[in-house]
Design a protein around this ligand. Structure first.
Ligand code: SF4
Length: 452
């Protein structure tokens, strides 16, 4: 069974209550990011490119639990950053267990073995270990050798100790269907409870912009993986089988970004876990102040065009399973007999990239204040210097800009400073752009040499 019965009952009854109450937008999984710092720097990750003083920030236990109490999602996923680096992760997990939330603690598992004794096995806690394939593919994906071996060792130890263990896998263009199918078989042999798979999202700030999957290539890749796995009936997934049918093009969904809201050191991320269009101050503010019509495929938003990521579409598939008898029957059928997967066809020639984005302003750029200049400061992944109307200069990271307020995280100050944007007279991108990292330049050169 990929998910305990108690979890299925909890989630199912929650969804039915939402439907019966006629709630239009409700969360399924809260993505709680207590820090952005990580002990890896993966090529496809767009989550860790921040100045050092931002990476050192942590959500407190109280802030985490207050966010959880304000959002009714029955499941809490803890990604990051690497959650095991948080000094109070045990207290955060304990608080969530007391609230009977089902927790997926997403970890690269580098610290799992040494920290395992700090946790108690419970049906509410699952370690969701990041594994992007077999040893060669995973170590390449996370840009560090030895990571796969360490993660697998930690998985075995956690299973021996009676913990729930799942895996989470992100697939990029160039993934080998045969090797991926073998990896899924190996994960089953390890005895993990279930797998979560998703295509990668083309984060604007991720170092590797060439290997994100366009939609049709995503569909063909997943069809080929299931074909290589002889239909994949031997595989257990801890995600909706209808989402797997979505990934293989059997059914289509519009995204429901409110289904997996994300809360981090910046606040409630708008509109989804992937895009950063600003931050709401509370969960209710997120629901009310986000213009949801600007997102999803039907909106024509180019950032959404190729997205098939689980944080946008898994909730859509789960909602379908509880929206009608037809949807329920499809979910039961796919759960019992596996997802329906059409035979693969020809994959289109080209993936998404390289990204076609305008040249962004770089360090040293400056301008008198305007709404565009403040937006540039918000988009920049480094510190900026703002000059106020009284001549005061403030240096820090701009984590949110609205028409009536600007949020600045200053070095050495725990509490964000909220400014009136009208007081800013000059903007300069003064700090290093953390989206540009010399390690990535070396990595890209190595990849180019391998391709040549
Ligand atoms: S389509 Fe993807 S990127 Fe766009 S809002 Fe939905 S989840 Fe976010």
């Amino acid at each position: 069974m990929p998910v305990p019965v108690s979890q299925m009952v909890t989630v199912g009854s929650y969804l039915l209550r939402q439907r019966l109450a006629g709630v239009e937008r409700y969360p399924l999984v809260l993505m709680l990011e207590p820090l952005y710092q990580c002990n890896l720097a993966c090529a496809g990750c767009g989550k860790i490119q921040y100045p050092k003083h931002v990476l050192q920030r942590r959500l407190s236990v109280e802030e985490c639990l207050a966010a959880v109490d304000s959002c009714p999602a029955p499941v809490v996923s803890i990604p990051g950053g690497e959650p095991l680096l948080h000094p109070e992760i045990v207290e955060i997990v304990r608080g969530l267990v007391q609230r009977r939330k089902y927790i997926y603690l997403c970890t690269n598992a580098l610290l799992l073995e040494e920290k395992l004794h700090l946790f108690e096995p419970t049906k509410y806690l699952s370690f969701s270990v990041h594994l992007d394939g077999q040893e060669k593919e995973h170590d390449e994906s996370v840009c560090r050798e030895g990571t796969y071996a360490k993660a697998v060792s930690a998985i075995r130890k956690a299973l021996e100790r009676g913990f729930r263990v799942t895996t989470n896998t992100t697939l990029f263009d160039g993934a080998d269907p045969e090797r991926t199918a073998e990896f899924f078989d190996q994960a089953m042999e390890m005895g993990i409870e279930g797998m979560m798979v998703s295509p990668g999202y083309a984060y604007e700030k991720a170092p590797d912009q060439e290997h994100f999957l366009a939609r049709e290539r995503t569909v063909q890749l997943f069809r080929r993986i299931f074909a290589a796995g002889r239909g994949g009936r031997q595989w257990r997934f801890n995600q909706s089988p209808l989402f797997l049918e979505f990934l293989t093009g059997t059914r289509d969904y519009e995204c429901t970004p409110w289904g997996m809201p994300a809360y981090s050191v910046f606040g409630w991320q708008k509109p989804c876990y992937l895009l950063q269009e600003g931050y709401a101050r509370s969960y209710d503010d997120l629901l009310e102040s986000t213009d949801w019509s600007k997102y999803g495929r039907a909106s024509g938003n180019p950032a959404c065009r190729d997205c098939m990521v689980h944080s946008g579409f898994e909730a859509s598939s789960v909602a379908e399973g509880f929206s009608s008898w037809k949807g329920f029957a499809a979910m039961v059928r796919a759960t019992l007999f596996g997802p329906r997967v059409p035979a693969p066809g020809d994959a289109p020639e080209r993936a998404v990239g390289p990204a076609e984005v305008d040249e962004a302003p770089t360090r040293g750029w400056s301008s008198s204040a305007s709404s565009e200049a403040l937006r540039t400061a918000f988009d920049y992944r480094g510190d900026v210097t703002l000059t106020l109307d009284d001549g005061e200069k403030l240096e820090g990271y701009v984590s949110d800009v609205r028409s009536d307020s600007l949020r600045l995280l200053q070095k050495g100050r725990d509490v964000a400073r909220i400014l009136d944007p009208a007081r800013v007279v000059h903007v300069e991108l003064s700090g290093r752009d953390s989206a540009i990292d010399p390690r990535w330049e070396a990595w890209k050169e190595r990849r180019a040499a391998e391709r040549a």
